[in-house]
Design a protein around this ligand. Structure first.
Ligand code: KIV
Length: 272
């Protein structure tokens, strides 16, 4: 295993497999619009996830359930227009793939055709196997998502750590192997014990990307607005804040308002 970092002009699903094989960690962040999509891409992030967390972050819903396929396509197409290097993965929203595999394929095709994204992600293991297989057969790359799956929040009843019990942990390992076998190019593991995530990453050649799943996986994903410190209410243990953007924005916007009211803005040089 080499730790040398190769320069990739464009990230593909094949690149990601190569990165895991070479021991290079994979960076992944969410984005939901053109401006942030471009910033995240230019910063060198490998995978941009147009997550259904847009439901919380962009629309202010309490859960990810209300966001629609049309809304996901709007966010995804905005991001895709800005991205030159990263692989853009889009979440299939709740209710667009669980009923049957034909509907799942129609939803995935709409995302690929109307947004120009490169892959879709969907939540669940064996229970959504048929849907994933049908999407894969159409030539659409699929990323799995196991562990805490927020679209099932009303089944779980809480956002706490998943798969602490043996039966759920074994099921997660089985699902990991199954997703690899049917052809998924990667899997997100959310909020599970780090030892279990390490086991999952060790049993498969496809990249395992963790969020709250420790550091013995193949890459990490965070929600952009959380890691930039724009959401003070959300403070799980796994979240590292790289900026206090909430405070910076408050300061800048407050100063602008004060300048307008005091007639400081615009000054002589800021007018025609
Ligand atoms: O929707 C999302 O942002 C996600 C990440 C938390 C992985 O699925």
């Amino acid at each position: 295993m080499s730790s040398a970092k190769k320069n990739y002009a464009r990230i593909t699903t094949k690149t990601l497999l190569e990165m895991k094989a070479n021991g290079e960690k994979i960076s992944m962040l969410t984005a939901y619009d053109f401006t942030f999509g471009g910033i995240v891409d230019q910063a060198g992030i490998d995978i941009i996830l147009v997550g259904d967390s847009a439901s919380n972050v962009m629309a202010g819903h309490e859960t990810t359930l209300p966001i629609t396929l049309d809304q996901m396509i709007y966010h995804a197409s905005s991001v895709v227009r800005a991205v030159k290097r990263a692989l853009v993965v889009v979440d299939l929203p709740f209710g667009t793939y669980q009923a049957d595999s034909k509907e799942a394929l129609r939803s995935a095709i709409r995302i690929m055709k109307e947004s120009g994204a490169h892959a879709v992600k969907l939540e669940g293991g064996i229970e959504v196997k048929d849907s994933i297989e049908r999407i894969l057969k159409a030539g659409i790359p699929v990323m799995g998502h196991l562990g805490l799956t927020p679209q099932s929040i009303y089944k779980f009843g809480t956002y706490t750590v998943r798969a602490r019990e043996e039966a759920e942990a074994n099921q997660l390992l089985e699902d990991t192997k199954m997703l690899e076998t049917i052809g998924c190019f990667g899997i997100v593991l959310e909020k599970i014990p780090s030892a279990l995530a390490a086991q999952a990453a060790a049993i498969t050649p496809i990249p395992i990307i963790g969020i709250g799943a420790g550091n013995k996986v193949d890459g990490q994903v965070l929600v952009l607005h959380d890691m930039l410190g724009m959401n003070k209410e959300f403070s799980p243990r796994f979240l590292r804040r790289y900026l206090d953007l909430d405070q910076i924005l408050h300061q800048a916007i407050g100063q602008y308002s004060a300048d307008v009211k005091s007639l400081d803005f615009p000054n002589e040089n800021e007018q025609y």
